[in-house]
Write a protein that binds this ligand. Structure first.
Ligand code: AMP
Ligand code: GLY
Length: 433
């Protein structure tokens, strides 16, 4: 292939490191710049030579223009919801990511819930409350304590799954008063609690067409056995056996097709990746919990490792409104990612701890150590955020991927390191494969 794209990835987490490596593995990509990036995005691994990976600081628009990049891929939700896609497009820069108007599917939970109702996407019954004085009556209208969600973006912390009506009311009051999340809590969504197993499903969408990516399973709680506080995600695996072909086909028809057409009808065709957080109930119903307008983190780390096809072509095609149906296909491989978090995470992660064993871990077969909250201080890699690393392994079977990932984890150390030892354990307990 003659064309060798230069791609700018915006963000600094494990998702962005995984995207950068996935892009570099693509035939069509020659160079990836990550802004602001982390200690892992400063250089390409030797196996990808002579391709170039580097970090850059500055505004994404300025970097894109001065470096003459062919495509910008925006990782996190905050810049998408703030309109970075629109701003770059106005400057003539080619972008993968939804416009500000389309990003409301994540940026406003009230918008997302009403959108789902308008377009027949099954979601939990809800009420929107905007006044403190009405909160108590609204909470009491739910037979079971409702799940309480701040309308706006809260960095993944805006959802409270309360066990009593009193706790739900306290959460709603904290949000509506502006105390908990400022303006993001000015409106609150109360929603029926749904029970079941969670599934992360992503589709690349070019406005009209979509390609569904392998289903991933996240582990949101900090501790083994799904105990402890909610986090951004402590580990993932893909493909998830829970997502049988029949269930995937239903999700495609009942969630993605309706969302794509709904956004066209409403005048804001969606281009980018749409991530549906779904609950599969014991009766086999699919209930939409949330939409995200970006790749999941750490879902991306495992999804990309189980796909074949050219990621650069696929993202470029989606951004241009010309996504090829077979752009990305399941490779038949399995992947598992264990997140290593800082001491004190998620409340108050401690930073600045030196990390050892990165090279020893990265040389194991099938293993990539993906950086998230890391920084380079005097030539040493140190912790610089809550989720520090994602240790990802791929293999022919999920069992082997798990063995490889945990063998690599054993080699890494930093003070206060926390991780879950039971990523995908449920699959093996249930005897699925
Ligand atoms: P969200 O940001 O909407 O995905 O919410 C974060 C987490 O809260 C989800 O991943 C679920 O674990 C939980 N959650 C959200 N909505 C519900 C619901 N209606 N019923 C039960 N759990 C929920
Ligand atoms: N891992 C969940 C998310 O990216 O929102």
């Amino acid at each position: 292939m003659a064309l060798r794209r230069k791609v700018l990835v915006v963000g600094s987490g494990g998702r962005e490191h995984a995207l950068a490596l996935g892009l570099l593995e693509a035939e069509s990509v020659g160079e990836v710049i990550v802004t602001p990036g982390n200690a892992g995005t400063r250089a390409a691994p030797a196996r990808l030579a002579p391709k170039i990976l580097r970090s850059a600081s500055g505004s994404p628009g300025d970097i894109a223009q001065s470096e003459a990049v062919d495509l910008v891929v925006i990782g996190p939700e905050a810049p998408l919801c703030a309109g970075l896609t629109d701003e770059l497009t106005d400057r003539g820069i080619h972008v993968f990511g939804p416009t500000r108007a389309a990003a409301r599917l994540e940026g406003s939970k009230a918008f997302m819930k009403d959108f789902a109702v308008r377009h027949g996407i099954r979601t939990a019954r809800h009420e929107v409350v905007t006044e403190l004085a009405l909160a108590e009556a609204a909470v009491r209208r739910f037979a079971e304590p409702p799940v309480v969600k701040a309308d706006g973006l809260c960095g993944g912390k805006g959802v409270v799954v309360a066990d009593t009506h009193t706790a739900a009311l306290a959460a709603a009051r904290g949000m509506l008063s502006g105390e908990s999340f400022g303006a993001a809590g000015k409106a609150v969504v109360l929603e029926e609690r749904v029970r079941g197993a969670e599934l992360s499903l992503h589709a690349l969408i070019d406005g009209e067409r979509w390609v569904v990516l392998p289903a991933a399973q996240d582990h949101k709680r900090l501790l083994d056995g799904d105990r402890g506080p909610n986090t951004g995600g402590m580990g993932t695996y893909a493909p998830a056996p829970l997502a049988a072909p029949e269930l995937l086909a239903r999700a495609e028809r009942e969630v993605f097709e309706r969302a794509v057409h709904g956004m066209i009808t409403e005048g804001h065709p969606f281009r980018g990746v749409l991530f549906a957080g779904l609950m599969v109930t014991p009766e086999g119903e699919l209930v939409l919990l949330e939409f995200n307008v970006r790749f999941g983190d750490p879902e991306t780390q495992v999804m990309l490792a189980t796909l074949e096809g050219d990621l650069g072509e696929a993202l470029d095609g989606a951004a241009r409104g010309a996504l090829a149906p077979g752009a990305l296909r399941p490779s038949g491989e399995h992947a598992l990612c264990v997140v290593l978090a800082a001491g004190g995470y998620p409340e108050e992660p401690r930073t600045g701890a030196p990390i050892s064993g990165l090279e020893a871990a990265g040389t194991l077969e099938g293993v990539s150590v993906l950086h998230a909250g890391t920084a380079l201080v005097e030539e040493r890699v140190v912790t610089a955020g809550g989720r520090v690393l994602g240790v990802r392994a791929r293999a022919r079977t999920l069992e082997l991927a798990r063995e490889r990932a945990y063998a690599a984890v054993e080699r890494i150390h930093f003070e206060g390191m926390q991780y879950r030892r039971d990523i995908a354990a449920r699959v093996f307990e249930e005897g699925a494969s």
